[in-house]
Design a protein around this ligand. Structure first.
Ligand SMILES: [Zn+2]
Length: 273
């Protein structure tokens, strides 16, 4: 009798396991959005000692994901206000990036056939201005952010986000939809609560969206730690974490600001499945 019960329990466990494995992840598509274009004044700022004084075209990228539970946006780019500035936004430090905005994020989102109000969830890699410029274009969207980033005091102790914006504060990695399709990966170092995003698409496979854990291909290859980073050791550990994850997941690394790479990818209204 005991053995029969044990067998029933075992077969139930196996059945549950099979049912779980067969649950289809709800992710459908991913769109790449143009969130700004610019020129970095001196790329040795990101990889100290390498290519001193050399400038490089940069892009600023946002990603919009269609999931059965709702639309999710990753990073919000340079503020749409810059679109109205004929000469773009010149940096205070000429070694940094001069951003121009040929198209607004609001218009880019509409290329996917939706309105900003349709976006239900959002996350930003970190709180530098070229990533949080349009957070309030989505005042209704649940924001996923590391607690360490949320609590990091801004200039004059200003909060990084509007206190009334709906928020889920994280302490580490987070599977957003519970189906493994969209997972936030904690990659601190560039800022205290920097994060990256692992996306598993049904046809394209796994993609790791870098945030600013790395800024361009050469910067990744030489493991350059930008001079302005919050913590050097954390930055290097996060790069190793990403490297291990890429190997384990057989994932592509899509680098947010790498123009040469982004020029090889299709932009909205085209999408990846
Ligand atoms: Zn950036």
């Amino acid at each position: 009798m005991k053995r029969a019960l044990a067998l029933i329990a075992l077969s139930l466990t196996l059945a549950a396991g099979t049912a779980q494995a067969q649950t289809k992840p709800g992710i459908e598509k991913l769109y790449i959005l143009n969130c700004a274009e610019g020129v970095a004044g001196d790329i040795s700022r990101w990889s100290p000692g390498v290519n001193e004084g050399k400038s490089m075209p940069f892009v600023d990228t946002c990603y919009l994901i269609k999931h059965a539970q709702g639309w999710f946006i990753w990073d919000t780019g340079v503020s749409d206000r810059v679109a109205a500035m004929p000469d773009g936004l010149a940096p205070a430090d000429p070694r940094m990036t001069h951003w121009r905005k040929p198209v607004t994020l609001a218009a880019e989102v509409e290329r996917a056939g939706i309105k900003p109000a349709d976006v239900k969830f959002m996350a930003v890699s970190h709180t530098h201005p070229d990533h949080i410029g349009n957070v309030e274009l989505f005042p209704q969207a649940m924001l996923f952010v590391q607690k360490a980033e949320y609590d990091w005091p801004g200039a004059n102790n200003a909060p990084r986000f509007k206190p009334e914006h709906p928020v889920t504060k994280l302490e580490g990695d987070k599977d957003i939809f519970g189906d493994g399709s969209v997972t936030i990966i904690a990659t601190p170092g560039h800022t205290p609560g920097h994060q990256s995003l692992l996306v598993r698409l049904p046809k394209t496979g796994a993609i790791l969206l870098s945030g600013d854990a790395v800024h361009f291909r050469g910067n990744w290859e030489n493991r350059g730690v930008p001079s302005g980073n919050f913590n050097k050791e954390q930055t290097l550990a996060s790069m190793q974490k990403i490297s291990d994850l890429l190997a384990k997941e057989k994932a592509q690394l899509w680098i947010n600001h790498d123009k040469a790479q982004r020029d090889t990818l299709k932009m909205a209204p085209a999408f990846y499945e």
